[in-house]
Write a protein that binds this ligand. Structure first.
Ligand SMILES: Nc1ncnc2c1ncn2[C@@H]1O[C@H](COP(=O)(O)OP(=O)(O)OP(=O)(O)O)[C@@H](O)[C@H]1O
Ligand SMILES: [Mg+2]
Length: 518
């Protein structure tokens, strides 16, 4: 999913690649039973058909099953077996795509941290082998949920496993195929990110897109929650159906019920015709409930009922209408404390948060701050008549020092404003309004004296509305000396001091004519 971009850095144009990735449809999730049915082999078949693919399979197990190994080899897999996570990590080549089998039944819980390191490798499509006792362990469930395409109970029929790894390999290979073909698009929905936290986010998006489970996105304001919800939808099998966002905080409480569920004609005064609610209009697609923390209790109860029954009832109607939507919700408030305070129903939260996605704040994205700034500059540089080429070193430094409380949205706004305001070809910290966030430069004593002298003269001139006699008296120097120093510091143009709005004109110095060279 990576590519070298116009920025000279690594950028992931996430949404663009998503369209193509989802074409073969999702791998089927869940237990082994369903996999014995005759599925369309989808990606697995594609992978076999493409001769340029070497089908590589990493098999990680404390005690590898030699019969399984032999079977998989007979099915054309290039098999690499590892008994530990460390061994496995040495077998993986950075540029290659792999299917992976991780047998979780043989590993002790203390080994999970090591396993997580290899499960995170994004070029491996993992299938987990497990049993009921392992699945009771929340850590095992988390590892499967976060990193695996699928899991099966042992013992598993070898052909089933062959099918599953084929599918996982196909999906991972398609990611690779997309890379060179995807241009750094100017798409509105492009999602930029190269740091580990963002790569992790992209992997999570890819995985959650393949299920129908509810997703809860948590993150500070402006981190990209809506963009993430859209990315999930666009890579899900529902992508051709509507993505319907609703901001629960922006709609007055008394209108929310009818907005969500619609109403029948005559349901209340003014209901002259039937209105389809947002939930129903998302049928077949995805409903994005933004600022879910602001959902009033009444709507929380109705939403919970809908989640339990999969049916809605329009206001004033008696019919139960089945609606098939995938729910994604988001908030920037702390829902845990809202639940403690009794403002949010815990049972609803658990329904909404089957899968959880955490958006990293911008300040935790390292180099991505700079990459995003360049990305925004590239996108909006036409807003300026000047040919803006980039950022000054102090602008870059300030961007790293600043805390970005408004995250990506704030960065976009600051850079766009700077593009308009900049007076040179490079955007400075000042253009970004971040001048305070540049580190103190080292200065010589002479520079410090000069700066202090200039500040003192400026202040005196301001205090005395540019009346030189009084300003000079304040500074304890003669008018002539003051006039000379003003020349040295480039302060003779009163506009510099009064911003062109001086009430009093500067008195000409009687003893030194203005145009007298010093
Ligand atoms: N990784 C990213 N790459 C490029 N643009 C991004 C990224 N993340 C967010 N943006 C942009 O930042 C802006 C804010 O994103 P979004 O609306 O998704 O954030 P949010 O978390 O929903 O914000 P809020 O909490 O204020 O509703 C949008 O213009 C979005 O396109
Ligand atoms: Mg939002």
């Amino acid at each position: 999913m990576r590519e070298s971009s116009h920025l000279g850095a690594t950028v992931t144009p996430f949404a663009g690649a998503g369209q193509r990735l989802a074409v073969t449809g999702p791998p089927h999730s869940g237990g082994a039973a369903r996999h014995d049915e005759a599925h369309d082999a989808g990606a697995a078949r594609d992978a076999k058909a493409a001769p340029e693919f070497e089908r590589t399979l990493l098999y990680v197990a404390r005690t590898p099953d030699p019969l399984l190994g032999a079977y998989l080899k007979s099915r054309g897999w290039e098999l690499a077996t590892a008994r530990t996570a460390h061994e496995a990590s040495r077998l993986v080549k950075p540029e290659a795509a792999y299917a992976g089998i991780v047998d979780l039944t043989g590993f002790a819980p203390r080994e999970f941290t090591g396993l997580e390191t290899i499960l995170r490798l994004q070029q491996v499509g993992w299938i987990a082998l497990t049993d009921n006792s392992r699945l009771a362990d929340p850590e095992v469930r988390r590892l499967i949920r976060h990193y695996c395409f699928d899991y099966v109970h042992v013992p598993v029929a070898h052909p089933t496993l062959d099918y599953l790894v084929g599918h996982a390999f196909g999906m991972v290979s398609l990611c690779d195929l997309d890379t060179p073909a995807t241009p750094a698009s100017q798409d509105e929905d492009e999602m930029v990110g190269t740091c580990e936290a963002m790569q992790q986010l992209f992997r999570t998006i890819r995985k959650v897109a393949n299920t129908d489970a509810t997703v809860f996105i948590s993150g500070e304001s402006g981190t990209g929650k809506e963009l993430t919800a859209l990315a999930i939808h666009e890579r899900s099998p529902r992508r051709k159906a509507p993505f319907v966002p609703i901001n629960c905080g922006a709609i007055p409480h008394h209108l929310l019920q009818s907005e969500l569920f619609g109403y029948e004609r005559g349901a209340f005064t003014g209901a002259n015709q039937r209105k389809i609610g947002r939930v129903e209009s998302a049928n077949g697609g995805t409903l994005f409930l933004d600022e879910i923390g602001d959902l009033p209790m009444e709507s929380q109860a109705s939403l919970l009922r809908f989640l339990q029954e999969g049916k809605i009832e329009r206001l004033g109607g008696h019919e139960q209408i089945p609606v098939d939507v995938r729910i994604i919700s988001a908030t920037h408030v702390d829902l845990e404390s809202a639940m403690r305070d009794g403002r949010f129903r815990a049972d609803l939260f658990h329904r909404l948060c089957v899968l959880r996605v955490d958006e990293p704040p911008l300040r935790a994205r390292g180099k991505d701050i700079e990459i995003l700034a360049h990305h925004v500059l590239h996108k909006f540089k036409m807003d300026s008549a000047r040919k803006i080429r980039g950022f000054t070193p102090d602008a870059i430094e300030a961007m790293y020092n600043y805390n970005w409380p408004g995250n990506v949205r704030e960065l976009i706004n600051r850079v766009r404003r700077a593009i308009v305001m900049a007076e040179s070809k490079l955007i400075s910290a000042e253009d970004l309004d971040l001048a305070h966030f540049t580190a103190q430069q080292t200065v010589t004593l002479a520079q410090a004296r000069e700066a202090a002298e200039r500040r003192a003269i400026e202040a005196a001139l301001l205090r005395h509305r540019h009346r030189l006699t009084e300003a000079a008296a304040d500074l304890g120097i003669s008018r002539v000396t003051l006039y000379r120093l003003m020349g040295t510091h480039g302060l003779r143009d009163e506009k510099t001091i009064f911003g062109g709005e001086a009430e009093n004109q500067a008195e000409p110095p009687p003893d030194v004519p203005p145009d007298t060279p010093e």
